[in-house]
Design a protein around this ligand. Structure first.
Ligand code: UD1
Length: 369
């Protein structure tokens, strides 16, 4: 019998599920893993399973890419028979990608309990598809595990009962702690040692990469920074396609810009760990840089992870060229924000989750028996 059916779909899910699966097994909870197939390229998918030692998915729905409606609907259509067949006591979803809301919705409609790991984060920007996914998933979740205390306030404001919410810390940081000793040195990934150091850039948000003016401005601004400090740029497939489509490839050939394919987890960790600065529009990287104590400039106008700004090394700089350049200069000349490690980002979040779920499953079992 399956106690909990865990779901992953896209790259940022993989590092969250790895410690959860291990901790569930350690607590004697029988879990199975469903992969929706939202991400499918070897570089976006297979590498992470190998790097993180995640058990091979028991079921792969192989949905692939599509518009939000098509992708979400296709995941739902293919997930329903799996739920019917497995009859789990609950499903567990992580993060805020389309796979998260799609599977949560199927389960909730079939009366199967939903557990959401990394609940309650809010950017308050509903133009982000992830924000819609977060709000809706939390509304239909039975057990909500949060990474920072602000998330509790967000959930209470939306009418979610406090008894369902558990502050446990950050499972993504569990993975970081666990893998830091195995991180691939930057010199290996880059094939050389860069004497003056380097910065790292990641870009993949539709709001940054789908518009020619915004993306062109960001790439030009980064080229200006790269004139002084080499910038390593692992390219997300969406961004690669946009750059080609929008005729911006020349910006990738500027002096100091080092373009790489999407990296595996251990390579990316090794690269971030020793970077002098990270520029990103990713949510997870804002947290990872805070945990590593590396200065991060977030190329967005908001963040759903305010603790990385209040306590960590993150600064929100938006997409304005002057603001980015001033902030980058401050980091490179002054060393950037020192930051501190947020509460419970200690590598034990998944163990806390498993302990709570173990009790919860027992209580439900006795209630039914
Ligand atoms: C998704 C998540 C986003 C997360 C990001 C991390 C949603 C709404 N978005 O965005 O929150 O931060 O993953 O990567 O769920 N593609 C490939 N190979 C793949 C996967 C995608 O080439 O393995 C290309 C396809 O052209 C696809 C595009 O990337 O259309 C976008 O993929 P998709 O999964 O729709 O969204 P992401 O931008 O990756």
């Amino acid at each position: 019998m399956t106690d909990i059916l865990c779901v992953v779909g896209a790259r940022p899910n993989f590092m969250k599920i790895a410690p959860v699966m291990t901790a569930l097994a350690g607590a004697g909870i029988h879990a199975k893993l469903v992969h929706t197939g939202q991400h499918y390229d070897a570089a976006m998918n297979d590498r992470f399973f190998t790097d993180l030692g995640i058990p091979y998915p028991d079921i792969n729905l192989e949905v692939g890419s599509g518009s939000h409606a098509v992708q979400t609907a296709e995941i739902m259509r293919r997930f329903e028979p799996v739920l019917e067949q497995e009859q789990p006591a609950a499903i567990l979803v992580v993060g805020d990608v389309n796979s998260t809301i799609a599977c949560a919705l199927v389960a909730a409609k079939r009366g199967v309990a939903v557990i959401h790991v990394e609940a309650g984060l809010r950017s308050y920007d509903r133009s982000m598809p992830e924000e819609i996914n977060r709000v809706l998933t939390d509304q239909i979740s039975d057990q909500l595990f949060i990474t920072e205390k602000d998330a509790h306030k967000n959930l209470l404001r939306e009418g979610i009962a406090a008894a369902r919410v558990h502050f446990v810390g950050n499972v993504m940081i569990d993975t970081l702690h666990h893998n830091l000793p195995r991180a691939v040195p930057a010199a290996v990934t880059l094939g050389e040692t860069l004497p003056q150091g380097y910065g790292v850039l990641t870009l993949h948000r539709p709001s940054n990469v789908d518009d020619v003016d915004i993306l062109g401005n960001l790439l030009e601004t980064v080229a200006m920074i790269a004139a002084d400090l080499p910038i390593v740029f692992p390219l997300h497939p969406r961004t690669r396609a946009s750059i080609d489509r929008l005729g911006l490839t020349a910006w990738l050939n500027q002096p100091g810009i080092r373009v790489l394919p999407p990296l595996g987890y251990l390579e990316m960790l090794g690269l971030m760990k020793d970077a002098r600065i990270v520029l990103t529009d990713s949510g997870g990287i804002q947290e990872e840089t805070t945990a590593l104590g590396v200065p991060c400039l977030t190329l967005r106008h908001n963040t759903e992870r305010p603790i990385t700004v209040d306590e960590g090394t993150n600064t929100i700089v938006g997409t304005d060229r002057k603001q980015i350049l001033v902030a980058a200069e401050a980091v490179l000349n002054g060393g950037g924000k020192a930051g501190r490690i947020p509460e419970y980002w200690d590598g034990r979040a998944a163990i806390r989750i498993a302990a709570i779920l173990s009790q919860w499953l027992d209580a439900r079992h006795y209630a039914v028996a």
